[in-house]
Structures are given as C-alpha cells and as structure tokens.
Design a protein around this ligand. Structure first.
Ligand SMILES: Cc1cc2nc3c(=O)[nH]c(=O)nc-3n(C[C@H](O)[C@H](O)[C@H](O)COP(=O)(O)OP(=O)(O)OC[C@H]3O[C@@H](n4cnc5c(N)ncnc54)[C@H](O)[C@@H]3O)c2cc1C
Length: 490
C-alpha cells in the first residue's frame, strides 16, 4: 500500500495534505468544557476497553461481523504488552507434540501480515532449544519472533481496514451503568471526560478494571497466598555479535537445569562470574535472552520485581523505576561479562512495566488449572492451546517458579470464562478472564489471548444480532462463526 493510500485508510491523511478532525479550540474556556462536564462523544454497538492482543482481536472480529466498534486504549499504540511492553516472542501456537499449528484465526493472519512486512519469522521454522527461545528446551517449541514496531503498524492497519474507531490516550474512568447493565464508559482523554456509550462492552484491560468497577467479583492474584507473579521490565539490545554469543552458550547447554524451581539456564556461568565479583544482585540466576528477527537484535526478559500491584499507582510507579535500575545493571553485565555483547546498545526499555498477573475476574465458572493439565476440551470451547503452565515466582523465593507441562497434546478454554458474574452486557477478553491463578499462568500469553479476543468479539456480534445476552447465546452459533474464521476448536 502506498503512503498516501495508507494514511487515507487510517483517517490520518493530514500529513498527506488532507484534514485531521477540525481543531475547535485551544483552551478549555473556548471549548466550553468545565471540570465535571462529560462530553457526549461516542455511540457504538460495542466498546472495547484495552487495545492489547486480546482487545485488538475482539474489536476486529466484531467489526468484521458488521458492528460499529470503538476501541479505547490508554497508550499511544495498539498491542499492549507485545508493543508497549516489548514482550516477545509470541509463545507457542502449536500442539504439545510440536506437529500442528492449533492457534490460527486472527493470530495466524497477524503473523502472516508481519512476515509479509519483514516483521516476523514463521513459527514452523522456530524450534525450542535454539537462540530464538533463549535455548529453553521445554514448552517453547514454535514460538514466533516479531518486531514490535512492525506489529504496531499491522495492528493499526488491521483495525482501520475493519472500520474500528481507535482512541488512543483514552483512559477508562468508570462504567456507565443502568442497574446491573453496562451501557458504555467514561473515558479520561486529552479532550476531557468523554462518554462512549455502547450496547455491549468488552473488558480487555488485562487488569479487569472495567469488570471490577462495574461490580463483578474479582480476586487479586492467587487468593491462596495473596501473591501475584513477579513483574518484569523488558528491553531490547542490538549491535550484538550473535555468532560469538552463540559460541559461548552452546557448549554450556548440557548444564542447563532447574533446582528447587530456580532456573540455571542461559548465561548462568556468566552470572556466576558477575556474582563472584560482587556485580550481580538480581533475583534470577540466568538471563533469558531471545534472538529477534534481525540477527544482531535480542529481547531480554530478566528483570524481576516482586510484589507489584498493577492496580496501585504508587506501587507501580516505584516498580518502573526499579525495572530501569535493573536494566542498567544488566547492560553493565552484558558489556563486561558476555562475549559478543561488549558493544551492545540499549535499543529501548518497555514503555510500561510487564505485568504477568493482577486481577482475575470471576464468572460462574472459574477455569481450574487441572483442566488444562488434563487436556479437557470443554463443550463450549473457543480455542485450542498447548502452552504450559508457567507461574513465575510461585515457590515464594526470589527466583523460584512453577512449571507444569500438560499431560495431553492440547486443551481448550470454555466460552463461560468470558462471562463475568453480576454485570450484564459485558464480556472479558485476555489475561483477566475467569480462571484460577495457575491456569491464567498458561493462557495469559499472546496467542491464546488473541484467540480469546476473537471469540469475545464474535460473541458480542452474535449477541447483538440475535438479541441474546452473553449467558443466553447459543454456543452452536458461536462455534459455527469461529470455524468460518479459521479458528481450530477440536
Ligand atoms: C514479563 C512478561 C513476559 C511475557 N512473556 C511472553 C512471551 O514471551 N510470549 C507471549 O506470547 N506472551 C508473553 N507474556 C504474556 C502477554 O504479553 C500478556 O499476558 C498478554 O499481552 C495479555 O494480553 P491482554 O490483551 O489481555 O493484555 P495487555 O497486553 O496487557 O493489554 C492490555 C491493554 O489495555 C490497556 N489498558 C489497561 N488499562 C486501561 C485503562 N484503564 N484504560 C484504557 N486502556 C487500558 C493497556 O494500555 C494495554 O494496551 C508475557 C507477559 C509479561 C508481563
């Protein structure tokens, strides 16, 4: 697509000579807006709050079914953790045997578009135990390395083409309720407080903020011990001599091990050197370093901050500072201790802390981790996945984790998990769906999050077309529509 056509599609033609929405005023007084005022700005069939992988797929799926969709995100780009958070690669979309790609639908479409733009490597060629998986050799087969900048563009385009109205810098403030029914939301935006009214709402905030403020029951982390998984600030480096780095790692592969939940994996021998020299105070004993699409670029998942409450501003703010401090320490480590990284350059840190876990919203059914381990494919299944149960920090120690492989080749996720209790007109998508803490540790990764989003958007469209509520929607209709969208369900 040429630039002018692209800008036109995006409604951003100003740069090419056409007009942005007209500037009405420069001051609050001129706009007539006063504190306490609410601007009646948007009226839609569906409001999706949160433009991460789940929210984008929910919005696109619903818009493609003919709904007028508004997608609101507090940031300046779509993609959530995968772009703002620099989290990657996309975790596995294959079955446990590593034979068949089982997460398809919109996820596959997005991957194909990324590849067409030089922004991803196809998962079929990415095997675990290689530099693309930090040499991790279990549960990481067929990941998808991608470039977050190209992913931002792909998300922009896929939303624009589907006709989704995307609002950036739009912070969800509170739900608009009529009794127990949600009828939209108030958004705090650069324009003031704006009402986005809608017949249905999808909560794709990751933190379940919409559902929580609308009155749905929620728990924070694992209610058994009141803990959430640790947070991590991702960062990217380039200018790495990848051949020398690989040459340092490969002879150590037989020493990779896990002791009492602590992983001694990539570069643990270099961490030991730094520790002996008094130059390492981080919780992890190894460094998860993932090769990206470009050969000299790597994504680092190694900072670790315990006790982060993403729903508490002061706590989260302190965590961001600590994350950047840890990145500084890690850059020193790379320059001094890691062959091939002497001249590595910090490309950037995530513009948001990586939050693995916060609220889980509860519905009538709470997905138990045993269903995933035992490979249950529910009657109201909306996706297939084989991602393992990966609960960082679960052992309570500074670095311990809980890793549980699944016993079957794949498992499903029930549609019921998308329906919160006590609020009507609301569906959940992504990390916050109704699941217990360890189950959420498996389905929170991006490919299943996208599949959940696609199912939520499709369900919303069917509800409005049929005059049904999320709870009364006929699953057979949802199944038929998802199958038509190339979603694998059995
Ligand atoms: C440290 C870490 C490592 C990970 N590693 C991987 C990995 O290697 N591979 C993988 O596939 N997955 C990985 N994940 C998991 C994955 O990135 C997330 O769980 C996934 O992105 C969840 O998708 P989501 O759409 O539910 O939420 P998010 O990606 O968190 O998106 C939520 C969106 O909602 C917006 N939002 C939140 N609150 C508001 C509000 N009040 N108003 C407006 N907008 C709001 C946010 O700006 C954001 O864009 C990792 C996660 C973390 C934190």
């Amino acid at each position: 697509m040429d630039r002018r056509k692209f800008l036109g599609t995006m409604g951003l033609a100003a740069a090419a000579g056409a007009a942005l929405p007209a500037l009405k005023s420069c001051t609050t007084a001129e706009s007539g807006w006063k504190p306490g005022d609410v601007l009646e700005s948007y009226s839609a069939d569906l409001l999706v709050v949160g433009g991460g992988p789940a929210g984008v797929c929910a919005a696109v799926a619903a818009a493609r079914q003919g709904l007028k969709v508004v997608l609101a995100d507090s940031g300046n780009c779509l993609g959530g953790m995968g772009t703002k958070g620099l989290v990657g690669p996309f975790m596995t979309c294959y079955d446990a045997a590593g034979e068949n790609m089982i997460i398809r639908g919109l996820f596959e479409e997005i991957v194909d578009r990324l590849i067409a733009e030089g922004g991803a490597l196809h998962p079929s060629g990415i095997r675990q135990g290689t530099e693309f998986t930090a040499w991790i050799s279990e549960g990481h087969d067929h990941c998808t390395p991608f470039d977050p900048e190209i992913l931002k563009k792909v998300y922009d385009r896929i939303c624009a083409e589907a006709g989704v109205k995307v609002l950036f810098h739009a912070n969800f403030l509170s739900p608009i309720m009529k009794g127990r029914k949600i009828c939209g939301a108030l958004l705090l935006t650069p324009s003031g407080v704006e009402a986005a009214r809608a017949k249905m709402v999808i909560d794709a905030t990751g933190d379940g903020t919409v559902a929580f403020r609308a009155g749905a029951p929620c728990v924070f982390g694992d209610p058994e011990n009141n803990r959430v998984q640790p947070a991590s600030l991702f960062f990217r480096i380039n200018n790495v001599d990848t051949d020398r780095l690989i040459a340092d790692v490969v002879p150590h592969l037989p020493e990779f091990r896990r002791v009492n939940g602590v992983s001694y994996r990539c570069l643990h021998w270099r961490v030991a050197e730094a520790e002996a020299a008094g130059e390492w105070d981080l919780a992890r004993k190894s460094v998860n370093i993932w090769r990206s699409v470009e050969k000299d670029q790597w994504v680092i998942n190694c900072t670790r901050i315990h006790g982060v409450d993403a729903t508490n501003c002061e706590n989260l703010s302190a965590a961001e500072v600590e994350g950047r401090r840890q990145v500084e320490e890690l850059m020193h480590f790379f320059h001094k201790y890691v062959p091939g990284c002497e001249k590595a350059t910090l490309m950037g840190t995530g513009s948001t802390m990586g939050i693995r876990e916060s609220r889980h919203v509860h519905g009538d059914f709470i997905l138990p981790v045993d269903d995933l381990i035992n490979g249950v494919i529910p009657e109201d299944n909306i996706l297939l996945s084989a991602n393992s149960i990966d609960v960082h920090g679960a052992m309570g120690g500074p670095a311990g984790g809980l890793y549980m492989p699944i016993k079957k080749n794949m498992y499903g996720v029930p549609y019921r998990c998308l329906i919160p209790k006590d609020v009507e007109g609301l569906l959940l998508a992504g990390r916050c769906i109704s699941a217990d803490s360890p189950a959420a540790g498996a389905i929170r990764v991006m490919p299943p999050a996208m599949a959940i989003g696609q199912a939520a958007g499709t369900a919303a469209a069917l509800c409005l077309q049929r005059g049904a509520s999320p709870a009364s929607l006929d699953y057979a209709d949802l199944k038929a529509s998802l199958l038509k969208q190339n979603v694998f369900l059995s």
